[in-house]
Ligand binder design. Structure first.
Ligand code: BGC
Length: 361
């Protein structure tokens, strides 16, 4: 089976008629569409030439943001008055129809909107389509929302640690503001200025011992100091160039502290979710970074590892459990939510991105 074509198929099969991508179809709490997952999936589909699919996700995102515009506006007003947000914020995941989910979730997360703006501008550049008036309105609102709220602590991309600021999240916001600045033309100049403030903040507060940190202020416990998602600061968000010495040192720490020799990549040392396995999408993401710094052999090794994680049906999971960081914590998650999510569309998407990067060499 060719895992490239099969991954396109898995993603297409689980895209709702509304354009939403379900995060994982058989895992109850993942039967939603996340801005973060969806943005990377749409980007991967653009790379695979599936522009209609990407377009349809972006249309869902535009409709969803506009449907919840009043909440976003209230959040912006509250930020201007330095008030707590209460329930006034955009959610990280919505139902496939773009509604809020009925059950509680750690929803105040900002990175997904930055990633979405970045993926949308990649889509526009690749396809030459122009934004509709609704598209312009959603981009402008998402960008004003991020400009107003970027300095507030929020849940990170793993939906944890809400009392901190996260260089990963800030980098996604940086990329999103720059993308919106470009998409909105003259109107967008101020956004580029805010993006610059975000970048300066990360470089001033988000670095310790020559490496980026998982969160700000940095944790005293080293098990919370490095996070594999930090590759995103360069690839693709470009808050730093991939070859910057700070990125190189950060990635070297990820290799040393979070990579299983010859295998996959853990999220962070203290991870206990499903026992803290190796994440397929992180292995592919690290490979994508290596392609950007022309370390092709390393990228290829990661690709081979990812491909070996597909089951007989060609499905990639969220994480694999052969080398757990906290094996004693696996059972409680399985009892709560069942086996690890599979297929996870975001894993397939990151695999497609790495395959496309390798094909272009
Ligand atoms: C992960 C998120 C992801 C979500 C849906 C969560 O467990 O921490 O990063 O967006 O699953 O895939």
């Amino acid at each position: 089976m060719d895992l490239f074509q099969h991954s396109v198929h898995v993603i297409t099969a689980h895209q709702a008629p509304t354009g939403a991508y379900v995060a994982s179809p058989h895992f109850p709490v993942y039967r939603y569409s996340w801005f973060r997952d969806g943005a990377f999936i749409a980007y991967a589909m653009d790379l695979a030439g599936q522009h209609g699919s990407a377009r349809s996700f972006h249309d869902w995102a535009i409709r969803t943001i506009l449907r919840h515009a009043r909440k976003a506006e209230r959040a912006i007003e509250k930020a201007a008055r330095s008030e707590p947000l209460g329930q006034d914020y955009l959610h990280t995941r919505y139902t496939l129809e773009g509604e809020e989910g009925p059950e509680g979730w750690p929803d105040f997360q900002l990175d997904g909107f930055g990633t979405w703006l970045w993926a949308l501008s990649e889509h526009v550049q690749r396809t030459g389509v122009s934004l509709t008036p609704d598209g312009q309105a959603a981009v402008a609102l998402a960008a004003r929302y991020l400009s107003a709220l970027w300095a507030r602590p929020c849940y990170d991309l793993w939906e944890e640690h809400p009392h901190y600021q996260h260089p990963y999240t800030l980098a996604a916001i940086y990329a999103g503001l720059r993308a919106a600045g470009t998409l909105l033309g003259a109107e967008g100049h101020a956004l580029i200025e805010v993006a610059e403030q975000v970048r300066r903040f990360v470089l001033t507060h988000g670095v310790q011992e020559g490496r980026l940190v998982k969160y700000i202020p940095p944790a005293p416990d080293p098990a919370y100091r490095i996070d594999a998602s930090l590759v995103g600061v360069a690839t693709p968000y470009r808050l730093l160039p991939p070859e910057d010495p700070l990125m190189r040192a950060t990635v070297a720490s990820i290799e040393r502290e979070l990579r299983c020799p010859g295998g996959g990549v853990h999220r962070y040392r203290a991870d206990t979710y499903y026992g803290g396995g190796e994440w397929v999408l992180l292995a592919a993401w690290l490979g994508w970074y290596y392609m950007e710094v022309a370390e092709i052999q390393r990228a290829r090794e990661l690709l081979d590892w990812v491909e070996a994680q597909a089951d007989a049906e060609g499905h990639l999971p969220e994480q694999v459990s052969g080398h757990l960081l906290a094996p004693e914590r696996y059972g409680e998650w399985e009892a709560r939510w069942g086996p690890v999510a599979k297929p996870l569309l975001w894993s397939h998407a990151k695999y497609l991105i790495l395959r496309c990067a390798l094909q272009s060499t």
